[in-house]
Design a protein around this ligand. Structure first.
Ligand code: DP6
Length: 346
């Protein structure tokens, strides 16, 4: 059974709490694809972004995470896809757990077990779904009853884009300027617009420059200041296009924003080029499709894979077309997804 975190805590009478293991929590969250991208931070530690962003959660793809606070542990422990993780991954998890411990008064270390339902190495970034699920699972385990904005802020501390995987459907992250006012909220529910994301997977290998490293390089590009200056205008156009379901306006601003982010990435010092030859092939095909009257547009994250956003009704035809492009290994289709959820395991 899947229920929202706040409902879970509120629906259990306090008298029955002792029968539940209140030090364990499990939650699930979807990854998301940004239409207006987050690239660069005003504050790297708190992940306060240089500009606001807009995204859509991806249904069907999911990270499930269980957190258990345990007084036998001498430090936090992370098991990711059945493997014990140390180093930066564990450090980022501990940052989120520390925030939950501060808010709840919980003093024990935790064991975190996390799994994706999409295989590692499909080129789909999982940090957004992972840190959204972690924030909710840890809050449930610590007995916190947080609202969506509070959860979104905590998720942001682990990975910026994770704050957008907490609310449902089409989501805006208001950049803000400090920890309190930088969080995400839903601008339209998942059933608002029947879009699909056909992800043309071009490489399954790990990217050489992580987004965390990329954010740190962003200000070294002369184009970043212009990109940030115009972000408010692009956010307004994109938000309006989503609310009015205006595909042409949506396509234009989404492709432009993705091109702008990659222009910054390619002109950073040192420059980073995430694209591969097949990336460009897909871009040209999508432009051709649109000229032929198909409603489709592209957007590319920090990697070579191309997300082709289209009307769901045309997604199987588009997916079949993309599979025929040389260099495309597979196409994964995802529709708009719901919020992060607490799972009440039997
Ligand atoms: C290109 O959220 O992965 O996907 O905060 O360092 O974890 P960290 O970065 P991350 O950056 C996402 C970059 C992007 C654009 C986006 O999703 O908005």
């Amino acid at each position: 059974m899947i229920i929202h975190a706040s409902f879970f805590i509120q629906s259990v009478p306090p008298a029955l709490w002792y029968t539940l293991d209140m030090s364990t929590g499990t939650a699930a969250a979807h990854p998301n694809i940004a239409f207006i991208k987050y690239w660069g931070n005003r504050d790297h530690q708190l992940r306060i972004p240089s500009n606001g962003s807009i995204s859509m959660n991806l249904e069907g793809l999911e990270t499930q995470t269980t957190v258990k606070f345990d007084n036998l542990l001498k430090e936090d422990m992370l098991v990711w896809d059945e493997k014990i993780q140390k180093g930066n991954a564990l450090k980022r998890v501990a940052t989120v757990l520390d925030k939950v411990r501060t808010l709840s008064g919980e003093s024990r270390f935790a064991k975190v077990k996390s799994n994706n339902n999409f295989p590692a190495g499909t080129g789909i970034a999982s940090s957004a779904s992972a840190f959204a699920a972690l924030s909710l699972a840890a809050s449930c385990a610590a007995g916190l009853n947080l609202n969506e904005a509070e959860l979104s802020r905590i998720a942001r501390l682990g990975s910026g884009s994770a704050c957008r995987s907490v609310p449902a459907g089409f989501v805006e992250w208001q950049a803000g300027y400090d920890d309190y006012n930088s969080y995400a909220y839903s601008i339209a529910p998942e059933y608002h617009w029947n879009l699909a994301d056909c992800i043309a997977v071009i490489s399954k290998s790990h990217k050489t420059t992580s987004s965390e490293e990329g954010h740190a390089l962003a200000d070294s590009s002369q184009f970043q200041a212009v990109r940030i200056d115009n972000a408010i205008e692009r956010l307004d156009i994109c938000r309006k296009a989503i609310i009015e379901k205006d595909f042409d306006a949506f396509a234009e601003v989404t492709e432009f924003d993705s091109n702008m982010m990659h222009a910054v990435i390619m002109t950073s010092n040192p420059p980073v080029i995430y694209w591969q030859p097949a990336t460009l092939q897909v871009i040209h095909e999508v432009i051709k499709m649109r000229k032929n009257g198909v409603q489709a547009c592209y957007t590319i994250d920090a990697g070579p894979n191309v997300h082709v956003i289209c009307n769901d009704g045309e997604s199987s035809q588009i997916s079949a077309h993309l599979k025929n492009i040389s260099g495309v290994q597979e196409v994964i289709t995802a529709r708009p997804g719901g919020p992060a959820k607490c799972i009440n395991l039997p």
